[in-house]
Design a binder for this molecule. Sequence first.
Ligand SMILES: Cc1cc2nc3c(=O)[nH]c(=O)nc-3n(C[C@H](O)[C@H](O)[C@H](O)COP(=O)(O)O)c2cc1C
Length: 189
Amino acid sequence: MIYEKIKSRRTIRKYARKDVPEEVLLKCVDAARLSPSGANRQPLKYVIVNDQKLLKEVFSTLSWAGYLPDYKPSEEEMPRAYIVILLDKSLRKNPGHDAGIAAMSVSIVAYDEGLGSCILGSVDREKLRKVLNVPDGLDIVLVVALGYPVENPVVDKMKDGDIKYWLDENGVLHVPKRKLKDIVKWNGY
Ligand SMILES: Cc1cc2nc3c(=O)[nH]c(=O)nc-3n(C[C@H](O)[C@H](O)[C@H](O)COP(=O)(O)O)c2cc1C
C-alpha cells in the first residue's frame, strides 16, 4: 500500500557497492515525468549520472546531514547514481513546487524498487554545472542520490520540539517527526 511505503521510506545516505540498473533509473525519471506540474507546464529536465568518474565529481558538490557533520557516506558508501533535477527556464521562470514533487516521485519509486535515496538541496550548483556541462538556460534545482541501502534509519517521536536527527549507540539514525495531532486542525485554525 502506498501509505505503508511513504511511512517506512527514510532518507538513506549510505549505499552498497552495487550498481543500480539503468532501467530502474529511467523508471524513476518516468515517474517524475508523469507527476503533477503547475499549469501542466512541465518545466523540468533530468540528468541521470551513473558514470564512475562523474559519480565522484558529483559527490564532491554535495553536503550531507547538516545536523551530524561526521555522518556522511565514506568513499565505499557513496551513491551509485544521481538524478539531477533541472529547471528549463524557457518553459518557466521558477520551479514552483514541481521539483519537490518530482523528487518525491523519484524517491518513492526508487524505494519501491529496493533502493534508498536522499534528496539534496545543499548543492554547490556552480561546481555541479561545470561537472555536468549544464547550459545557462537550465537551473539546477535538486539532486536525488540513489543506491542500495546499507543503513536502516528509524522514525522517532519528537521530544521538546527538537527536529534534529540523531545517532544512537548502535549507529542507527533516528528521525524525529512531529505528532499528527500537533500539525492538523479540522475546519479552520
Ligand atoms: C528539499 C529537501 C532538501 C534536502 N537536502 C538535503 C541535503 O542537502 N543533504 C542531506 O543530507 N539531506 C537533505 N535532505 C533530506 C532531509 O534531511 C530528510 O528528508 C529529513 O531529515 C527527514 O528524514 P526522512 O527523509 O528520513 O524522513 C533534504 C530533503 C528535502 C525534502
